[in-house]
Design a protein around this ligand. Sequence first.
Ligand code: FCB
Length: 447
Amino acid sequence: MVSFKKDFVFGVATSSYQIEGAAAEDGRTPSIWDTFCRTPGNVYEGQTGDIACDDYHRYREDVGILRGLGVDSYRFSISWSRVFPAYGVYNPKGMEFYKNLIRELKQNGIEPMVTLYHWDLPMWAYERGGWLNRESVTWFKEYATKVFEELNDSVKSWITHNEPFCASILGYDLGIHAPGHKNLGEALIAAHHILLSHGVAVEAFRECGLKDSKIGITLNLTPSYPASNSKEDVEAASRSDGLSNRWFLDPVFRSSYPEDMKEALGRFAGGFDFIKDGDLQTISARNDFLGVNYYTRVQTKFVQDSGLNYQDVQGNLKKNVTAMGWEICPEALYDLVLRLRREYTRVPIYITENGAAFDDVLSQGKRVHDTERIDYIKGHLRKIAGANEQGADVRGYYLWSLLDNFEWAYGYSKKFGIVHVDFETQERSLKDSALWYRDTISSRTIE
Ligand code: FCB
């Protein structure tokens, strides 16, 4: 049996575009995701986040569910174009939604954890060059500062960015996320400006003097293991790790980009003159904590015919796999956390996302017997407890996700929720995993 300290934070996570809906209400204007969804072929069956879980209108019901689960904290994100629908234009009506949500959470004894950017860049910013334009850093600073001022000390935990890797590499290089560009050089510029805007937002936060509140960044970290012991595969795994993990961890915690990756990427990127003097100093501004999103690991092998000469292959798929085709490997989370301690930082860690999609079946009685999901969560929580026994100082766990929701390019076809949503009626039904999580939170133990 493993147990968690009384002050270990148990939470669930969501993001604005994935659940809110109300895409054109109360002054909200489109983000790059609204646009991306409208290009045929980008998203499963042309689905969009126009309505999603309709949480914008049903947030009271959703907070009621959170209360029933007994979570300590709820992680959600703010839609930038709801609060700044046009360049330089603030929309109090959009902000009101978040104030109401936070009030509702507090009345139910739940602490908000607020993410400023979970990928929904306003179209007005994209039309001015988006993350490729260095001015995006200033736009983000203005947005962040306004949110800090308005929400002030009602929020004790802030996250600047969610997964800069996905926002830059998936969005600007692989083209599978908004804005759908396919250019590695652009992706590196976007990544740099996103990281820089993180540092600038941290500085702005410190200036606001919110002394009892904490700020950090959330990185998605995907450990790469060599597919064999061959020198080629070992080096290939190091490059995969270099792009997915070190390219983001090093600037934030070491004030530098990894030299080996600069060399490897230099051939495609057309130089690094977008990195200006002082940038890395700013990017490595002190964080109060690190948010880690972990879902799976990869195994990597050398291949001739890819830019960086590596290919990530999923590991033991016969044994254990989610509906995303991701290997279930809690051990890699354990290794990852201890590595972060060894190589990068001593600041507290929060697992800001972890969870799994499965092909759930809703029974006549509106039950979902999702034992695989329970096993997934249990396995990862066990490893977190184990890492903490080694002194890892993981302070909390946010399960992805509260609700089945708009899973980006997969639309509504992939279900990560511990609460089932019927997208015809918007009816919510607690899955077995929700009931299990509720009991785990109340006992703070796993058998
Ligand atoms: C993460 C995202 C989150 C969700 C999960 C499954 O990369 O941050 O929005 O899509 O994956």
